[in-house]
Design a protein around this ligand. Structure first.
Ligand SMILES: [Fe+2]
Length: 302
């Protein structure tokens, strides 16, 4: 009986203004964004993210996935800082990343392809789909990871995403690939598949073509993913792809530090191509440790 442990973190929102030219922030649009980012930086701490990476690596996962929003304003110093942290913790084939809306926050970050330049080493087209950079595919013993790009450049303060018809077609091809059979098929993207009515301004944060993606997943039958994971809304949640039993897990932020919300990473325990357990590893600000909890938040005996 083979057991796989797959770790998942997301939404680190690392801010770094080091060496950034002031004229970038002269217009009003950026002033508002910087103020928001500086406020957010009080609650999303790089040192907590660093501690999370140490704790995650100590769990010795078989593979790790990161579902984006690694940076805050998509500035090059942010990408450089996070890339250094990831390289210090992961070999290129041990981690798979896809971008979030914050990683595509500025048009010049997209034009300069900063995400691919700094994090491309943690991606690949290992199924040989030849569809471009996305979907990312990673083929491991007993595991196929498929990563979608849902990040689109948006106006500041908008956080929508879109997968697009070509990626959905490539996803279906990936799921039907011979290498996808007899493996645990993990689908990862940044944006949620389902709306979150508890979030304010939901319409400005959603995956615009979620209905198309959900319909494609529901039509996959036996070739469907065994698990879908995402980030974006900074709270742990387990749902299902509509009309199916496919679990959809949203992970909390990996750098959150505050009185009520704590940084977390998940570990998915897979046995014989089935998800058998979800562990949450939750930061304890008193001790600095990450405490394993079950999906209901109950501490696991160590
Ligand atoms: Fe996001």
């Amino acid at each position: 009986m083979t057991t796989l442990r797959i770790a998942h973190f997301s939404d680190t929102h690392v801010l770094s203004l080091t060496g950034v030219r002031a004229r970038r922030f002269f217009n009003k649009r950026w002033t508002g964004a910087v103020n928001l980012a500086l406020n957010r930086a009080k609650h999303y701490r790089v040192e907590v993210f660093e501690a999370l990476l140490d704790a995650l690596v100590a769990v010795k996962p078989d593979h790790t996935v990161c579902t984006g929003d690694l940076v805050n304003l998509a500035l090059e110093p942010e990408f450089a800082r996070v890339a250094d942290m990831l390289r210090a913790h992961f070999a290129p084939d041990a981690l798979t990343v896809v971008p979030g809306n914050h990683d595509a926050y500025a048009k010049d970050a997209v034009a300069e392809d900063l995400f691919a330049r700094y994090f491309g080493q943690f991606q690949g087209d290992e199924l040989g789909l030849g569809a471009g950079r996305y979907p990312v595919t990673r083929v491991r013993d007993g595991l196929l990871v498929i990563g979608l790009d849902s990040a689109i450049p948006t106006r500041v303060f908008m956080a929508n995403g879109r997968v697009g018809t070509p990626q959905v077609a490539a996803l279906r091809a990936a799921l039907r690939h011979p290498e996808a059979q007899d493996r645990f098929r993990l689908l990862m993207l940044h944006h949620p598949l389902l709306p979150d009515p508890s979030r304010r301004l939901e319409a400005s944060r959603r995956l615009d073509d979620a209905a198309d993606l959900n319909a494609a997943l529901a039509a996959c039958g036996d070739a469907a993913p065994h698990l879908v994971v995402h980030g974006h809304n900074h709270a742990f949640k387990v749902q299902r792809v509509p009309g199916t039993d496919i679990p959809v897990v949203q992970v909390a932020s990996a750098s959150r530090s505050g009185a009520h919300h704590f940084a977390e990473f998940n570990v998915y325990v897979v046995r014989d191509d089935a998800l058998v357990d979800i562990e949450r590893h939750v930061h304890d600000p008193e001790t600095g440790a990450f405490v394993p909890r079950d999906a209901d938040g109950v501490a696991l005996a160590s």
